[in-house]
Ligand binder design. Structure first.
Ligand code: ADP
Length: 590
């Protein structure tokens, strides 16, 4: 019931009024009693200090028979000054020795007077007894006197009913004020509640809205007091909170985008092993969908146990590898946020291409060594034979040996030159010398250059080029090198007496040239590898004809760098057709 501030306020006000009235009331009641007591004694003192009275009560008249009666007369005469009313206050004349009642204003009670402290003081010690307790129900004064030869005690007794009456009235007054005060305090608390609790309630409602994530409304401030300051501080806080939340949201969106777009796969698990998040890359690499129902143990339990990963101390991590769907995946497993609940993060990196490249590089080095070793061995063995049998070898044979040595040296030179060309392409150091030249003319020049060689092999070499081929932008020397390589291959790999057709044309923004032969062709299983370095269908035949196995790979590098393409054309019948396409406007930049 007293939870609300309003009720607390009412309670405080009531307690305040009650305690205030109690303090004021008891103070008043006490003051009245004390005032009345003091007033009684000072009145008595004043009256008995009167010399006339003193004379009248101590001096007997002539032929006086009853002193008490005479005293009664005197005191009756002074009754007004003494405040004796016969009801609440009375006087009594007692015998000074025995204390026996002799006369007084209250003859009924006179004989039964109580022996109060003051009375005993006057009786036993002959002194004035004038002491009364505040809490007592009466107040009295006993004055011993001597009148003639007799001793008397004049005793005044007040039953304090007047004070009690007064106090009773005071209590009624205080209760009335209390009730009045309580009514006012309740009314005041309502007023206070309206001015104080209203803004607090508005603030509370605003705080609740903010807690529910609604930052739309600012709380109105209509006071400049502490609550006003609190409200404006709250508004500031809510604004800052909103900004912080927006900032966090933006950061999260950024992270989400990063997570979605990144090429590496990421899967996050809770400390219990449930999936928290898995990006599309991870699902694509693992070849399955990953949902909240999936567990760590099912996905990566074979790489490392969850407890094992959780026990790792960052920046350390565990590594693993997996092969799925023809891919090689490298896995990195690490715990995150170990201080709080945390979990495990698995990063998946596709290393298929990297591994293939490494494999190709190894193969390439092995091929290079092999290709160079063969001519070197030949040179060495012929040179050795010549040196061991110097002077004994017939000159014809000697010439023959020397020509083999020269031929093999040339082959080595070719291989090294081709390798250098490729290496320049690989390192991007090979600049292209782009010029605009006539594609048609280049083909015609090539045709004339190889015609003799073709004829030597009894081939029929034909050329079909339309008149209006556009001039193209390219590195002329290199493009001619490509054309030459392709036509030379056709001549080389076509048995003597074959037919070789060179055709050309234009499609949209490109020009093309095809070289078709009816030679030995390429078995279907080798077609995809023909542009690989050192790849040859028939090594012996290639070597015989001075080939290095690098010609077509160099040709492909050159055409690729021009933004064009070189490919095998599917065809019926024997032989091979190779097509080269180039952009009329040359390689596009950017
Ligand atoms: P090579 O120096 O051995 O000729 P290339 O790179 O020019 O090297 O060619 C690679 C391989 O492709 C050759 O060894 C050959 O087996 C095959 N090849 C190229 N052109 C033809 C063709 N016109 N007919 C049949 N096979 C060919």
């Amino acid at each position: 019931m007293f939870r609300s501030l309003h009720m607390k306020l009412v309670l405080i006000m009531v307690l305040l009024i009650v305690s205030l009235m109690t303090v004021v009331g008891s103070f008043l009641i006490n003051s009245v009693a004390s005032f009345y007591l003091n007033d009684f004694y000072s009145q008595m003192q004043e009256v008995f200090a009167n010399e006339d009275l003193y004379y009248d009560i101590t001096t007997p008249t002539e032929q006086e028979t009853d002193g008490a009666e005479a005293l009664q007369k005197v005191l009756t005469a002074y009754a007004g000054e003494l405040g004796v009313d016969g009801r609440n206050r009375n006087y009594y004349i007692l015998d000074g020795i025995t204390g026996k009642y002799l006369a007084g204003s209250d003859p009924e009670r006179g004989p039964y007077l109580e022996k109060t402290h003051n009375l005993l003081t006057a009786l036993t010690r002959g002194e004035v007894g004038s002491q009364s307790d505040m809490t007592a129900t009466y107040m009295d004064v006993a004055i011993p006197i001597t009148r003639g030869e007799h001793n008397y005690i004049i005793y005044l007794y007040d039953n304090r009913l007047t004070v009690q009456d007064l106090n009773g009235q005071l209590v009624v007054l205080i209760i009335q004020s209390l009730v009045f005060g309580l009514v006012i305090s309740v009314l005041l608390s309502f007023l206070l509640a309206k001015t104080m609790i209203g803004p607090i309630e508005r603030l509370t409602a605003g705080a609740r809205r903010v807690a529910e994530g609604d930052f739309s409304d600012k709380i109105e401030i209509d006071a400049k007091d502490e609550i006003g300051v609190l409200t404006s501080t709250f508004n500031d806080m809510a604004r800052q909170l909103q900004e912080t939340i927006l900032e966090t949201e933006r950061e999260r969106n950024k992270l989400d985008t990063l997570f979605l777009r990144m090429t590496d796969g990421v899967v996050a698990f809770s400390a219990e092993g449930a999936v928290i998040h898995a990006n599309p890359a991870a699902q694509e690499m693992l070849g399955r969908t990953i949902g909240a129902d999936d567990q760590y143990e099912d996905l990566f339990g074979d790489v490392a146990a969850l407890s094992e990963v959780l026990a790792v101390h960052p920046p350390e991590y565990l590594e693993g590898e997996r092969q799925t769907g023809g891919r090689i995946l490298e896995l990195f497993l690490a715990p995150f946020d170990q201080e709080s609940l945390g979990g495990v993060l698995v990063l998946i990196h596709d290393v298929t291409t990297q591994r293939k490249t490494e494999e190709m590089r190894r193969e390439f080095v092995a091929n290079v060594s092999h290709e160079l070793r063969t001519p070197l061995t030949n040179i060495r063995s012929y040179a050795e034979t010549l040196s061991d049998n110097a002077g004994d070898i017939p000159p014809d044979m000697e010439r023959n040996f020397l020509s083999v040595i020269l031929g093999e040296s040339d082959r080595m030179t070719h291989i090294v030159q081709d390798l250098l060309t490729l290496s320049r392409f690989d390192s991007g150091k090979s600049e292209m010398n782009l010029t605009r030249f006539s594609f048609e003319e280049a083909i015609r020049d090539l045709y004339h250059a190889v015609l003799l060689e073709a004829q030597r092999h009894g081939h029929t070499l034909t050329l079909e080029v339309p008149d209006q081929l556009p001039a193209i932008v390219a590195d002329r020397e290199r493009i001619v090198q490509v054309m030459m390589n392709v036509v030379s291959n056709a001549i080389k790999y076509t048995p003597d007496g074959g037919t070789i057709r060179i055709t050309a044309g234009q499609t949209a923004d490109r020009v093309w040239m095809e070289v078709d032969d009816n030679g030995i062709g390429i078995p279907p299983e080798d077609r995809s590898r023909i542009f690989e370095r050192f790849y040859r269908v028939d090594k012996a035949r290639s070597r015989e004809s001075g080939g290095t196995g690098l010609g077509l790979s160099i040709a492909k590098e050159i055409v690729d760098r021009h933004g064009g393409s070189i490919s095998l054309v599917e065809k019926e019948g024997p032989g091979l057709t190779i097509r080269i396409e180039l952009l009329v406007e040359g390689p596009r930049h950017g």
